[in-house]
Design a protein around this ligand. Structure first.
Ligand code: PEP
Ligand code: CO
Length: 448
């Protein structure tokens, strides 16, 4: 890749880094990352390349990226039921999109490593007390006490083990029959029966049922891998560069460096400085990578970033995850799409309709309105089609639990309902019903 003589997994340390926590005990931190660097990788280069191949198709409009999961994973939620429910809704959405969108879907969880958060403020103030902000379970704890908020390097090690345990169950479920098409489709049928808006999707669900029984009737074996296994990939924001460096390994087959903490990693909107440490780290790893782009982007700088991150213009390498908000997408996306297209860059265009649509409700809860989320997705599709670029994916904050964190959707969650089951550590997530509702809408957009 680029200028590889000047890159190493640790070369980022020579560049200014945003959003890295101040570890109070540098020796303890050093020991923790050294411990992690001796641990086995979480994923293998061959799997990472398989994801890159599907993303290369998404860049051409021949596949679609579905990326989703918690804003911040929570150590205490590393349980079989929680992981199962997240996986379940991701698989349910993927079937709907694969069928109605008529394209293979790359299923990528924000899972098994999404434990570090960038914050807009280093400190949080409640009453007279001011404490360091919560930065994700891999750094500190959310409780508002000085002990909880102290960055603790042992959390990096716990983050590794928690990612391992999550990854292990994902592999077991997706390869062991739990993810079979029949089963996932029967969950969708339950949604159609039980959700207040489910009826509007009955026809689509019925078509999928007919297709599955047709395939069975012509003799396709339901226990074949195509029927009863799924490929689910992992991703997170690679924010804590010491941790990512410790899991960056040279692939014995290709000789190239891969960040083996996840299949795909992304650069957040707050850490995409052209000459910053995060961009330096990302330019040398061979994973497919994401770049979040919000309203503060500068077009020239963004084009230089793209060249730096993908100098060989390899399709599947770079996914641009735009997050402007429903009210701004029309102002900010057309110019970006035109600029990137004009420069001839091959990218996957992915819509994050979550982070530009956050607001604080009267009750004080951070929330998002389902209608705004859908409006940004619709704007994304319309704008890319008008500009001759390809809408290739969505990036969602969602959970399989029945939370009440976002307003609206089929069950019409209102302001007063937010307090009923508001469980997120960080940003508000779509619940399982809202996610399926979105998937059915999205399927129509992909295919239109
Ligand atoms: C996130 O994805 O949770 C996040 C912090 O997003 P962004 O970098 O786009 O603000
Ligand atoms: Co978030």
């Amino acid at each position: 890749m680029t200028d590889s003589a000047n890159w190493s997994p640790s070369s980022w340390r020579n560049f200014p880094a945003q959003q890295l926590p101040p570890w109070p005990d540098p020796d303890e931190y050093q020991q923790a990352v050294e411990t992690i660097s001796a641990f086995p990788p979480l994923v293998f280069a061959g799997e990472i390349r398989a994801l890159k191949d599907i993303l290369a198709k998404a860049a051409e409009g021949e596949a679609f990226l579905l990326q989703g999961g918690d804003c911040a994973e929570d150590f205490s939620q590393c349980t079989a039921p929680y992981i199962r429910e997240t996986l379940k809704v991701l698989l349910q959405m993927a079937i709907i999109l694969t069928y109605a969108g008529r394209k293979p879907v790359a299923k990528v969880g924000r899972i098994a490593g999404q434990f570090a958060k960038p914050r807009s403020s280093n400190m949080e103030k409640i009453g007279d007390q001011e404490l360091p902000s919560y930065r994700g379970d891999m750094v500190n704890a959310p409780e508002f006490t000085p002990e909880a908020r102290r960055p603790d390097p042992q959390r990096l090690i716990k983050g590794y083990y928690t990612s391992c345990a999550t990854m292990n169950l994902l592999r077991a479920f997706t390869k062991g029959g739990y993810a079979s098409l029949q089963r996932v489709h029967s969950w969708n049928n339950d949604f159609v029966k039980n959700s207040p808006i489910g009826q509007s999707y009955e026809q689509l669900a019925e078509q999928i049922s007919m297709t599955l029984s047709f395939l069975e009737n012509i003799g396709l074996k339901v226990d074949s891998p195509q029927f009863n296994q799924a490929n689910v990939y992992t991703s997170h924001e690679a924010l804590l560069l010491g941790y990512e460096e410790a899991l960056t390994r040279r692939d014995s087959i290709s000789g190239e460096w891969y960040d083996c903490s996840a299949h795909m990693v992304w650069i957040g909107d707050r850490t995409r400085q052209l000459d910053g440490a995060h961009v330096e780290f990302f330019r040398g790893i061979h994973n497919p990578i994401g770049l979040k782009i919000g309203p503060s982007y500068d077009l020239d700088e963004t084009l230089r970033l793209i060249e730096k991150l993908n100098p060989e213009n390899e399709a599947g390498r770079l996914t641009l995850i735009t997050r402007f908000g429903a009210g701004k997408v029309g102002d900010y996306l057309p110019r970006l799409a035109r600029g990137v297209r004009g420069a001839g860059h091959k990218v996957v265009w992915c819509c994050d309709p979550m982070h530009g649509n956050t607001y604080v409700a009267e009750s004080g809860h951070k929330t998002r309105n389902f209608d705004d989320i859908m409006a940004e997705v619709r704007g994304f599709f319309d704008i890319h089609r008008a500009e001759g670029t390809i809408p290739g994916g969505v990036h969602l904050e969602m959970t399989g639990e029945n939370v009440t964190e976002c307003i609206g959707g089929g069950r019409k969650i209102e302001n007063d309902h937010l307090k009923l089951n508001y469980a997120t550590q960080c940003d508000p997530r779509l619940n399982a019903e809202q996610s399926l509702d979105l998937a059915f809408h999205l399927a129509q957009m992909i295919n239109s």
